[in-house]
Design a protein around this ligand. Structure first.
Ligand code: NDP
Length: 387
């Protein structure tokens, strides 16, 4: 039996992972399930999957979790230290699907124990890519990409040499505001930004898709995970979200990964890797689709894409700063304190304010530097919101 843990089990990726596990439950021994505030879901899944331990990120929710699982022998725990402890428990495969920089520490811990890390949490690679990859190499642990674009690139590279890759093209749906003018974007509401036309995801990544911060994160992830130069990475708007990424080789060939916009494909690929198993995803009827549509991305209306290029050029702590400023600005947008387009303005200002400290050589960065940059960027972003 494959021993697995799911971090961020109550979220969109976590639930899709559980959907796949439940279809073949006897093949898995579930070690840990973790969540945040959705205690009812966490307890239900822990019960259904007979997990060894259920962990909520919030200490004040522990009594509720204990009560919900009182008639079982499932262990209950809470808080950041408990999340890290759960990641240290022996497992063959861990899904990293906590949202935000909070996903970094458990992922690192899993790698320390040589566990295969199925990485959905974008923030890990964006904030600490070189550190994460070095930790994996040190302990002989494997990282498998779960973000659909990176899974697509990973799949297109099977049997190929990375040195023969000329470029990688990451597709973007364009989100709900693809055709909006700059003026309209200024007035975009939370409800409008929270409705994605093709993907069903958690609220934060959905809003990041609308602002294209999500795509910006993915460009940085691509650079870190595949070790490419910034100028080898492109993005193209493809509203249907059927092509997830394309890899261009030095002979001019382009290999595209095509599939329905359903995260269970990328999750299932990582779950069964290196095998392919049948997955409950829609099979595309290409004649019915008729055509694939592409548009050039607009870095003026969506400055997050331009900022991603800057971050990739600077390297060092720029990713951690970019992500933390983005997370803090997103919190403020969700709270109704700032407008939709203010998010990119704030992130750009914080990157500029901290520019002299960002370009540290990646080899010299420690995890504590990443956390420091993260905390400083959050503080500065919030200060901008209050000024
Ligand atoms: P969701 O918001 O749906 O779920 C997030 C999960 O993290 C939930 O289990 C949530 O718990 C938990 N959580 C929230 N805050 C904390 C915290 N501070 N500490 C520990 N756990 C916490 O997110 P998604 O599933 O959409 O995304 C998860 C990650 O995967 C993100 O990094 C996202 O960018 C990435 N990703 C998502 C894709 C998607 O299609 N959804 C595609 C590719 C990547 P609770 O809900 O109980 O509060």
């Amino acid at each position: 039996m494959k021993r697995i843990s799911i971090f961020g089990a109550t979220g969109s990726i976590g639930q899709s992972t559980i959907d796949l596990i439940k279809r073949d439950q006897s093949a898995y021994d579930v070690v840990a399930l973790t969540g945040g505030g959705n205690i009812a879901q966490l307890a239900q899944d822990a019960r259904d999957l007979s997990a060894d331990i259920a962990v909520t990120a919030y200490e004040d929710r522990l009594p509720e979790l204990r009560k919900a699982l009182a008639d079982t022998d499932i262990e209950c725990a809470a808080g950041q230290a408990a999340l890290v402890e759960a990641a240290a428990r022996p497992a063959d495969w861990i899904m990293s699907a906590i949202v935000g920089a909070a996903g970094l520490a458990p992922g690192f811990e899993a790698l320390k124990h040589g566990t295969t890390l199925a990485l959905a949490n974008k923030e890990s690679l964006v904030t600490a890519g070189p550190l994460l990859l070095a930790e994996a190499a040190k302990h002989g642990a494997r990282i498998l990409p779960v973000d659909s674009e990176h899974s697509a690139v990973f799949q297109a590279l099977v049997g190929e040499e990375i040195s023969e890759v000329e470029r990688v093209i990451i597709t973007a749906s364009g989100g709900p505001f693809r055709t909006w003018t700059s003026e309209q974007l200024k007035g975009a509401t939370l409800a409008q930004a929270s409705a994605h036309p093709s993907w069903d995801m958690g609220q934060r990544i959905t809003i990041d898709s609308a602002s294209m911060f999500n795509k910006a994160m993915e460009l940085i992830e691509t650079k870190e995970f595949f070790g490419l130069n910034a100028d080898q990475i492109e993005t193209i708007v493809h509203p249907g979200s059927y092509i997830h990424a394309l890899v261009g080789f030095r002979d001019g060939a382009l290999m595209a990964h095509v599939g329905a916009p359903d995260m269970r494909h990328a999750i299932g690929y990582a779950l069964h890797w290196p095998q392919r198993r049948a997955l409950p995803v829609e099979r595309l009827d290409l004649a019915k689709l008729g055509a694939f549509h592409f548009e050039a991305p607009d870095e003026v209306r969506f400055p997050a894409l331009r900022l991603a290029r800057e971050v990739m050029e600077i390297g060092g702590l720029a990713g951690a700063t970019f992500n933390a400023a983005k997370e803090a600005a997103l919190d403020m947008f969700i709270a109704g304190d700032i407008g939709f387009t203010d998010m990119a303005v704030y992130v750009e200002q914080v990157l500029a304010q901290m520019s002299s400290d960002l370009g540290v050589l990646s080899d010299h960065i420690r995890l504590s530097d990443v956390y420091e940059a993260d905390s400083e960027a959050r503080k500065r972003t919030m200060a901008l919101g209050q000024s």
